[in-house]
Design a protein around this ligand. Structure first.
Ligand code: PLP
Length: 394
């Protein structure tokens, strides 16, 4: 017996659900990418992205996955053997580190246990010890999608300022932007990278970099620049150069609609919606955890992300639970990745998501826990419902 027929629930932390309005906006004939109409669309989308990053700096766009934006940040501002400071917050920090190693950067990778955000004190002391300012960049992941952990970029900036270190601050906010508070300018971030497939509610395939004047100054003497990622080339005469080649027009049609939707809702309201739905999820997980088999992966409550919750499963195979949710209920959960493979599942509450979607997912997990005989505290879904009932007043 299965109950999966009906609307499919994709609750993985990216790609996230694409709203019907965005899908419909993409159902268009191709345009002349050299024409004025397309340039107008491109400028509108980039202006919308500036509003999401909260920056006055021009945003650079790449037809690529988020990995491309990681690479773009590196090659546009650094040179081989440059020293950089990175922090092992989880799988995505490890992957970014892997790219940096390929470019022969000299990396100080501060180890982590995947259950905490970046240790800001450790960053500060490494920078304080670097009296000759050999470290050229500090690279952190804002929202570690694998572990469900937030590292506050503004706290990293404050630590850098306390020791008056001139390194660039590069932040991966691929799964943070538009889901959680983010301020590229006000927080003094030099380079922010993002992708289309998470809080931006658009299919995968677009990546973005916001870079300030300090980043552009570093770009002038960066020795890793390649033609495709190069900011200078992309800033050339022809509008279509901004895409490095023929633009992915249909993704831009979709993104324009997604930006309209986010700005109609209001960015602050969208961020608040994420906070409420995340806290509702955490109410359910806290209740389940009373049974002893489940636990929050992230130890400190204040570090838990508002876009995804990673749940550790002890003594049971979490993928069996995820299989049950998918096969019996049509709910697709995120699975543990990297060091968390086979040890955790992830509930995404990111992007185009509302209260009944979260209730549906929590209900499916609770049904799976019961069906599989996994010990858990009762009433997780009820706790989530009651929490939102208290918070969202008539
Ligand atoms: N950084 C973070 C925080 C991510 O969550 C992801 C993807 O999930 C990436 C980087 C890599 O992005 P992509 O898979 O689009 O290349």
């Amino acid at each position: 017996m299965t109950l999966h027929t009906g609307r499919h629930f994709l609750q993985i932390p990216g790609p996230t659900n694409v709203p019907d309005r965005v899908l419909r906006a993409m159902d268009m004939p191709a345009w002349d990418h050299r024409g004025p109409e397309f340039a107008e669309l491109g400028f509108a989308v980039l202006a919308g992205m500036q509003r999401l990053f909260r920056t006055k700096q021009p945003v650079i766009i790449y037809p690529s996955s988020g990995t491309g934006a990681w690479e773009a940040a590196i090659v546009n501002t650094l040179s081989p053997d440059d020293k950089v400071l990175m922090v092992e917050t989880g799988q995505f920090a490890v992957l970014w580190h892997g790219i940096a190693s390929k470019f022969k950067l000299d990396i100080d990778f501060i180890p982590g246990d995947w259950r905490h955000g970046a240790d800001i004190g450790a960053i500060e002391s490494r920078l304080a010890a670097d009296r000759q300012h050999k470290i050229k960049a500090v690279m952190v992941v804002h929202n570690e999608t694998s572990t469900g952990c937030v590292t506050p970029p503004h706290e990293v900036r404050k630590a850098m300022d306390r020791v008056k270190h001139p390194a660039l601050l590069m932040v991966d906010t691929i799964s943070g932007l538009a889901s959680m508070e983010y301020e590229h300018d006000a927080w003094g971030i030099d380079i922010s990278v993002a992708g289309s497939q998470k809080g931006l509610m658009t299919p995968p395939g677009l990546a973005f970099v916001a870079a300030n004047g300090r980043a552009h100054a570093a770009h002038e003497h960066a020795d890793l620049r390649t033609r495709y990622w190069d900011w200078t080339f992309r800033n050339g005469e022809a509008h279509y150069q901004k895409y490095g080649g023929t633009p992915p027009e249909h993704l831009l049609f979709g993104l324009r609609k997604a930006l309209d939707m986010l700005l109609e809702e209001g960015l602050d309201a969208a961020i608040r919606r994420h906070a409420l739905l995340a806290e509702a999820t955490r109410h359910a997980v806290s209740r389940w955890a009373e049974g002893g088999a489940l636990a929050f992966n992230i130890v400190r409550a204040e570090e838990r992300a508002n876009s995804v919750t990673t749940v550790l499963v002890q003594g049971r195979e979490p993928n069996v639970l995820a299989d049950y949710c998918r096969d019996k209920c049509g709910v697709v959960l995120g699975r543990g990745i990297g060091d968390l493979q086979g040890r955790a599942f992830r509930i995404a509450h990111m992007g185009h998501v509302n209260a009944p979607m979260v209730f549906g997912v929590l209900g499916a997990v609770e049904m799976a826990l019961a069906a599989l005989g996994i010990p858990h505290g009762r009433g997780g879904l009820q706790a989530a419902v009651e929490y939102l009932g208290r918070e969202v007043r008539p």
